[in-house]
Design a protein around this ligand. Structure first.
Ligand SMILES: NC(=O)c1ccc[n+]([C@@H]2O[C@H](COP(=O)([O-])OP(=O)(O)OC[C@H]3O[C@@H](n4cnc5c(N)ncnc54)[C@H](O)[C@@H]3O)[C@@H](O)[C@H]2O)c1
Length: 292
């Protein structure tokens, strides 16, 4: 897609981090923006900031764990802004887990899989039929993570499992639309190349009451990128950080080229991907990859 003028982009989890930056990056290129989120405070802020820039946008409550909630946002976006041209299944949370995975509560698993995996499934079920029915060029972008899609980092098993599933769904969705000869293109967005400074590490702020943590035992103690930096420093590592605006710029550039992989890596991450492929091909016993 070369021209975003007057295109309608719906972004889940668009009130913070990567989603918020996408809203501005596309809005500044003339797109009309529909943001869905569950964080009312952040929603009010993004609504005011988009209006201040003169971006044509609507911001509404939309919980991706409910397909009905996505249908309502889709209906409102179509009625007020026009038919959807771009959908970003971007909402996601970090479960903040730590310790032995057999000791995590069911609610920790449930919350993360409901938002990260069912959120993507629900977004596909609610909104993909609309893009397909229009029969014109459109993009469906799913935010995954290299942790799960490409490597298995040992520190966040629930999150890793969710993003492994998300990538399988994304790639299959691409194959199916390609096989159908559809003008709707699927892209896999990987925020990075370094840890992206967003609210992801403080996702507990939007954790529903019904799924609240049952014990204080298995918490990582990491609630922000600054906490991660401090932890890395203890091991003599300087943590490199990416701003979400850089992720949005990379995504927009990739969409201009109809790219499937919206992915920026470093030589170090490329080496990890190669090492993992070699490990499988050589039947080597897995050794944990590091965050560095
Ligand atoms: N930050 C990183 O380093 C990083 C790396 C790889 C992938 N990601 C992915 O990027 C995506 C965006 O996350 P972010 O890093 O910008 O974090 P973020 O917390 O800043 O933004 C995520 C948004 O999703 C919203 N959200 C949470 N639960 C929701 C629900 N049930 N329904 C609708 N919205 C909901 C939150 O309120 C928040 O506004 C996620 O899918 C995340 O897994 C982030």
């Amino acid at each position: 897609m070369q021209d975003f003028t007057d295109k309608v982009a719906l972004i889940t989890g668009g009130a913070s981090g990567v989603g918020r930056s996408l809203a501005f990056a596309l809005g500044r290129r003339g797109a009309k923006i529909a943001v869905g989120d569950v964080d009312r405070k952040a929603m009010a802020a993004v609504e005011a900031d988009l209006a201040a820039e003169g971006i044509d946008a609507l911001v509404d409550f939309c919980d991706v764990t409910s397909v009905d909630s996505l249908q309502v946002l889709g209906d409102r976006a179509e009625a007020e802004l026009g038919g959807l041209d771009l959908v970003f299944a971007n909402a996601g949370i970090g479960a903040g887990e730590a310790g032995a995975m057999w000791e995590y509560s069911e609610k920790d698993w449930q919350w993360c899989l409901e938002v990260n995996v069912w959120g993507v499934i629900n977004t596909i079920r609610a909104l993909m039929p609309r893009l397909v029915a229009r029969g014109q060029e459109a993009h469906f972008v799913i935010t995954g993570s290299g942790n799960g899609a490409m490597v298995i980092l040992p520190d966040a098993p629930i999150y890793t499992a969710s993003k492994a599933a998300v990538h399988a769904i994304t790639e299959n969705l691409h194959y199916q639309l390609q096989a159908a000869g559809s003008p709707v293109k699927v892209s896999a967005l990987f925020p990075g190349p370094y840890v992206v400074d967003t609210g992801l590490f403080n996702s507990g702020r939007v954790r529903p009451e019904a799924l609240k943590k049952e014990s204080e035992g298995n918490e990582s103690g990491i609630n922000s990128v600054d906490d991660m930096k401090a932890l890395a420093e203890q091991y003599g590592i300087e943590l490199k950080v990416t701003h979400p605006d850089e992720v949005a710029a990379m995504a927009v550039e990739g969409l201009e080229n109809d790219a499937f992989w919206l992915l920026r890596t470093t030589p170090e991450t490329d080496a990890k991907i190669r090492a993992r492929a070699d490990m499988i091909l050589n039947r080597d016993t897995p050794q944990p990859a590091s965050l560095g």
